[in-house]
Each structure stands twice: as C-alpha cells, then as structure tokens.
Write a protein that binds this ligand. Structure first.
Ligand code: SIN
Length: 521
C-alpha cells in the first residue's frame, strides 16, 4: 500500500503552490499529487482575467475589502476578507519568484486590468491567458522538485476515514479523521489505497453540474462530493456564480469565456436591438458585479424571447484589444465574428462555486488531517457572490496557510493505521456507458431548467425529486459495476447537485448570486 506524507488531490494553482511550499520546507517528506486527467488540466488553466491584488498608489486594501464585501452582498466574513487581501502582495511576489510573468507597461509597472465590481484597475494579468502561464510555471517547478510525485490519470474515489476502518469516528469527540484516499489508477484500472499523513483537497469547482458552463469537463466537484461523503461540513453551495458573458454557441460545452476584463476595457452590453440595457439595472452599467449583470441578462432574454445579448467592442481601440486579448480576438475571428464590425453574442454560463467544503482560517476542514483550498473550499471570502479575480488570490493565500498548518500538524499525528484494500469482489464490468452518460445529461438538464440563475421553491422541489431518482440508479450501478471515472464523476455530480438544491431550499433570503423568485419582494 503506497504511503505519502502529503497527499494532494488536484493540480491547479492551489494544489501545485501548496506542494511546492511543502516540498521546499520539508525536503525529507514525500508529497504526492494525484490528478484525474493530464496534470495541466485544471480550472486554473482557463482563468483569463487574472489576480486581484492591491499594487497601485491609487488603490488601497480598504477599497479592495469594500468591493469584495459589496460583491458578496452581506455574506462575506470580513476578517477573512481583510486578511486574504492583505496577504495578496506577498503571495504575488512569491509567484513572480517562481517565474510567472505579468503584463507591465513601458515603465515596468503592472498593467492593471479592471473587472466587474472593482472600483479601480487592480487585476494583475498576462494578456488573456493568466491562468495558463501560472499553471505552466508551477508545473515546471514541480517537475524539478525531487520529493514531489505527480500521478496523472489517477482518480480519487473516496477519502479514507474511520468508516473504512470499521469505526465510525463521527461519534468520537474529536470527529472523524482522514487517512488518505482510495484512488483509481486509470492506466492499470486498479484501485489503489493511498495512505497519507495529511490530505489536501484542491480539486476545483463543479461547473459541469450544469451543462452550460465555462468550466472544463473535469470540473465535476469530486473533492466536495468526497468530503461530503466523509461527513465534512459543506456550506453555501446555493451560491453558484454565473458568468455573464460566455460566447453564445448553442450545443458547445464547455463554453468559451469572454473575459470580464473586456468590459473593463470598455465593451458594453446591448440587446439585439442595440439598446445598452445595463444602466436600467445598475448605475455601474456593464461593470456591475457578476450576479447583477447575469441576472439582468437573464431577465432581458426572458422578456425578449431572444437567445443571447451582445458585447459591443466596435468603438474600442482594436490594436490594443488584439494585443490585450489575443485569444478572444482569434476565437471570435475563427467563428467569423469580426469584432471591429460585429457585436459578440453572449449568454450567462455557470462559472464558479462560491460555497464548498467549509474550512477555518488555516484551511482545516471539519475532518481531522483533511485540508481544503481553492474553489472546492468555502472560506467566507466570497460571501454570496465572488468578486472577479479574487479566486486565484484566495487559492494562493489559502494554499500558503494550509501548508503552514499542515507541516506543523503532521508532526503530532500518530502511527499509521491498518487500512483495508478496496474490495470490488463480485462487481462486473459495465458494458454500456449510455446508462451513465444519459444520467449525466439528465442531471445537467434538471440543474439548468430548475436550479439556474432564477429559482423557485417549486422548481427546486422538482429538481430534488429528479435527483433522488438519478441517485438511486447511480448507486445501484456503483455497487454492481467496476468503477470507471465516468461513473465516479456522475456520482459526484449528483452529490453536488443535491447539495446545491438542498441548500437553496434552506435559504430564506435572496442575496448575491442566489435568486429565488418566491423570495423576491
Ligand atoms: C474573467 O476573466 O472574466 C474570469 C475571471 C474570474 O472568474 O475571476
């Protein structure tokens, strides 16, 4: 049975930066990163906007704090907001030391972008591929760290807790503990038992629970679902952020994101009749926070019956646009959208999970020896709606805290425990993937139609009924069939969908990205 001191699930900015810090502070400790696809595949890779960090003389921590709290619509934890924002500059310096380059002007100062909800320009970025350059730089460093092993195409199925040892620790005063994870090695098709000192979930978001999402196919909420099954506290799942401007391409999934930085650069939102409608909803116009813009678009589309609204860039300096947003420019050109002449068709799409595995200010979950950071975690920073580009900042700051707490706490952990190997006796290979793929589509349709931007109690209750059916069918497959990544993802997506629905039903007041039409006054 493999043993590792630090098991990291996920290879985005949170998992990689944590692993690098642990590796350098503890050269004698082993760190294993498991990731279910290629190691470079993560939500981080697709982050276009950048990192919100106070740098400029014309900005202040207080302004960033206030913008974050306003976007979070009363549900941010102010202490967390302050501390994360104040640690931003230090974490940015560390990232730059690791080799990440950000756009600068001719004087060498950061070329700061602006996004919705920010009162000033404060987004540090690398053109429109910030996440990609961060991911690549971190992976280069990881490849040179002798005590980090990366296991790609390894799918974490479940966390190992007392439950697997035949001792339901939930009833012990200190609660359950995590001893690693059962992991499906997709190359050998065997389930491995990874015994770990400390386990970190950095497994990203869950946008795939909605078919229409900016998130890559891997964003199936695996960490959140595993933590939920391990009895960790999961909170604020009802706050799903819909990005207002995903490129409108019916039946293409994931959708291509048109960064909010494009609106920060001066693009406006218009209806098909070219009305600039956002000022009817908010005095900040197209630069209101995401929840407000997404809801306004949803409302316009319902009123007009049209399929999309438009982002108008025709008045902008196109040379500057092309150099600042080369990927977006090329994508539009490849589809015959000439942004000098045509408006870009856009619609909202599921983008970010503001809730998740509840953690304390050092990233500890409610399960001993289990930490979480990045999108899968809920720290209290985002409240009811995340301020744009605060997520990479949070991932860096919280990965740093998890590492600091983890390397201290591992010293006090007891001896290894006897963990039974995974038992798949009696299971048979699934002949038909249609049973799984159909249920995934059905789940996504249910979430889209009943648990989207605008919800109601009736829609949520209907969604719950559908999910119960899907849950029953999927659990039956899970017990009888040999596990496949597709089956495990479906099981996780259903758990995430269930959490979003249940927590939506419990919320009694609209706030931020949560909107129940029955609660609207
Ligand atoms: C964007 O570039 O619009 C996305 C950035 C983010 O989600 O923070």
């Amino acid at each position: 049975m493999p043993f590792t001191d630090f098991l990291v699930v996920g290879s985005g900015i949170a998992g990689l930066s944590y692993a690098l810090k642990v590796a350098s502070a503890c050269p004698d400790r082993s760190i294993t990163i498991i990731t279910k696809a290629d190691e470079s595949e993560s939500n981080t890779k697709y982050a276009q906007g950048g990192i919100a960090v106070v740098q400029d003389q014309g900005d202040s921590f207080e302004e960033h704090v206030q913008d974050t709290i306003r976007a979070g619509d009363g549900l941010c934890d102010e202490e967390v907001v302050r501390s994360v924002i104040e640690e931003g500059p230090q974490q940015l310096r560390e990232l730059i030391r690791l080799g990440v380059e950000f756009d600068r002007d001719t004087e060498g100062e950061f070329n700061l972008g602006r996004e919705g909800g920010h009162g000033v320009h404060r987004i540090i970025h690398h053109k429109d591929i910030t996440g990609l350059v961060i991911e690549q730089a971190l992976l280069r460093k990881v490849a040179h760290a002798e005590n980090i092993e990366v296991c790609s195409h390894h799918f974490a199925i479940d966390l190992i807790t007392e439950h697997h040892l035949g001792d339901p620790g939930v009833n012990t005063p200190s609660g359950p503990s995590c001893y690693g994870a059962y992991v499906l090695n997709e190359r050998t098709d065997r389930i491995e038992t990874w015994h770990a000192g400390v386990t970190l979930l950095a497994s990203g978001g869950a946008g795939q629970v909605y078919g229409h999402t900016t998130n890559p196919l891997i964003a199936t909420g695996d960490g959140i679902a595993m933590a939920y099954r391990a009895k960790a506290v999961i909170s604020h799942m009802e706050f799903v952020q819909f990005h207002p401007t995903a490129l409108y391409q019916p039946s293409v999934s994931p959708t291509f994101l048109i960064s909010e930085a494009v609106r920060g650069f001066g693009a406006t939102l218009r209806t098909g009749q070219e009305e600039e409608f956002m000022y009817r909803y908010d005095q900040r116009g197209a630069l209101a926070s995401r929840d407000i813009v997404a809801r306004a678009i949803d409302c316009e589309l319902k009123r007009s019956g049209e399929e999309c609204v438009y982002l108008d860039c025709r008045h902008l300096d196109i040379q500057k646009f092309r150099s600042g947003f080369p990927t977006i420019y090329q994508k539009c050109s490849s589809l015959g959208i000439c942004i000098e002449r045509d408006m870009i068709p856009v619609v909202p799409a599921a983008h970010y999970q503001c809730g998740g595995i509840h953690v304390d200010n050092m990233g500890r979950t409610s399960v001993n020896r289990l930490f979480a950071c990045g999108e899968c975690a809920h720290t209290g920073l985002h409240g009811a709606n995340r301020l744009a580009s605060n997520s990479l900042l949070e991932a860096l700051v919280m990965a740093d805290r998890c590492y600091k707490a983890g390397i201290q706490e591992i010293k006090s952990f007891g001896q290894t425990v006897d963990i039974p190997e995974w038992n798949d006796k009696g299971t048979t290979t699934a002949e038909e993937l249609i049973l799984i793929s159909h249920n995934r589509r059905e789940l996504q349709a249910t979430m889209r139609d009943y648990v989207g931007i605008a919800r109601s109690f009736e829609r949520l209750k209907r969604a719950r009924q559908r999910l119960e059916l899907l849950y029953g069918e999927t659990e039956a497959l899970y017990r009888k069939k040999r596990l496949s990544p597709q089956l495990c993802e479906l099981r996780n997506l259903i758990a995430v969908g269930y959490l979003i629905v249940e927590q939506s039903l419990q919320r009694k007041k609209n706030s931020g990205s949560f909107w129940n039409i029955d609660l609207a006054s």
